[in-house]
Design a protein around this ligand. Structure first.
Ligand code: HEM
Length: 158
């Protein structure tokens, strides 16, 4: 086995762990944290999200760097290019970048505006930006689940 081949399991593991952290974090936020916080007063809810988002998004930044880096490493070093990698990798590639761009947009627009509104204690405006964040996270959660299905099952059909 070439030295570089010893790295394949590491690269693949980092790719999968980053997907688990990103998609799993969105799943928890959407399915468990959000319904629980709906029981609280709007101000409490908005302040909790203000604390939750920066902590989670720091990990998401790591994931949006690690996922394409390890993905391209697998495509070009392991498979020898997109032509040999299969359709499932093309699907993952396109949807993966859509997810990354949606996250970057979320971070620089609604999340930035949300922070300003919470700091100004303008809670109605903060709630409006929170709704925009929720729509993007929901979209990315659905895409993330589809991409994960493509990633794990694609070698059987791609
Ligand atoms: C630039 C974007 C991406 C590229 C180039 C890429 C590339 C790849 C490649 C080449 C594989 C191996 C496929 C196989 O063995 O048949 C893979 C697997 C996988 N990918 Fe991606 N991927 C990308 C984005 C994503 C995203 C956004 C997610 C989920 C959030 C994801 C989740 C997975 C999973 C769960 C696997 C299966 C585990 C593995 O074989 O490592 N990928 N990806």
């Amino acid at each position: 086995m070439d030295t570089i081949e010893y790295l394949f399991p590491v690269v693949s593991t980092v790719h999968t762990l980053a997907a688990v952290v990103w998609v799993g974090g969105m799943f928890f936020a959407h399915m468990a944290l959000r319904p629980s916080l709906m029981l609280e007063e709007p101000q409490v809810r908005l302040r909790v999200w203000r604390e939750v988002f920066p902590r989670f998004f720091a990990w998401v930044w790591l994931c949006v760097i690690a996922i394409p880096a390890t993905g391209y490493a697998m495509v070009f070093v392991d498979f020898g290019g997109f032509a040999a990698a299969g359709r499932h990798v093309e699907v993952m590639h396109i949807l993966g970048w859509v997810m990354v761009f949606l996250f970057i947009f979320l971070f620089v627009r609604p999340f930035a505006n949300f922070k300003v509104a919470v700091a100004a204690e303008d809670f109605p405006t903060a709630a409006k930006h929170l709704a925009a964040i929720r729509r993007i996270v929901t979209t990315n959660l659905i895409l993330g689940i589809l991409v994960t299905i493509a990633g794990v099952s694609g070698r059987f059909w791609g």
